[in-house]
Design a binder for this molecule. Structure first.
Ligand SMILES: [Zn+2]
Length: 123
C-alpha cells in the first residue's frame, strides 16, 4: 500500500492508501514483444491455408500488433483504494482497476467518482 491523495469533483481533497502496481518498461515490453512476434509467425504460417491466407497473412500480424500495443499501454494498476472520501467524509473502500490518467474510483459509500493522485508517477 502507498499513500495517495484523493480528490472529489466538487474540489474536496483527502488522504488515502492504495494498492499500486507499476509495470516497468521492460515488463511491458516482455509482454508486448512476444505477442507481436507470435502474430507475425502465425500470419506467415497461415500462408499454407488456401483462400484464408489472402486475409490472414496480414490480418493476424495487424491484430497482434494491436493487442501488443494494448499490453504495452498498460502502465500499471491501482487495485484497492482506502481512506477518507473527500466527497462524503466517510471511510471509503473502493475497487480500482487498470491505471488511467486521470484515474477515478467510485466511493463505496456515496457512489461519487473520486480521483486518485499518486505520490510518485506511473513509469
Ligand atoms: Zn464518498
Amino acid at each position: 500500500m502507498e499513500s495517495v491523495s484523493l480528490k472529489a469533483r466538487e474540489g474536496g481533497t483527502g488522504q488515502g492508501e492504495a494498492d499500486v502496481v507499476r509495470f516497468s518498461n521492460g515488463q511491458r515490453l516482455s509482454k508486448a514483444v512476444p505477442i507481436a512476434i507470435g502474430g507475425f509467425v502465425l500470419g506467415a504460417a497461415s500462408i499454407v491455408i488456401p483462400g484464408v491466407h489472402l486475409i490472414s497473412t496480414w490480418a493476424i500480424p495487424l491484430l497482434s500488433l494491436g493487442i501488443a500495443w494494448y499490453f504495452f499501454g498498460k502502465r500499471g494498476s491501482v487495485r484497492r483504494v482506502t481512506g477518507t472520501c473527500p466527497a462524503c467524509g466517510e471511510a471509503m473502500d473502493a475497487e480500482g482497476g487498470d491505471w488511467e490518467d486521470p484515474m477515478y474510483v467510485r466511493c463505496d459509500k456515496c457512489e461519487k467518482p473520486i480521483q486518485v493522485l499518486l505520490a510518485s508517477p506511473m513509469p
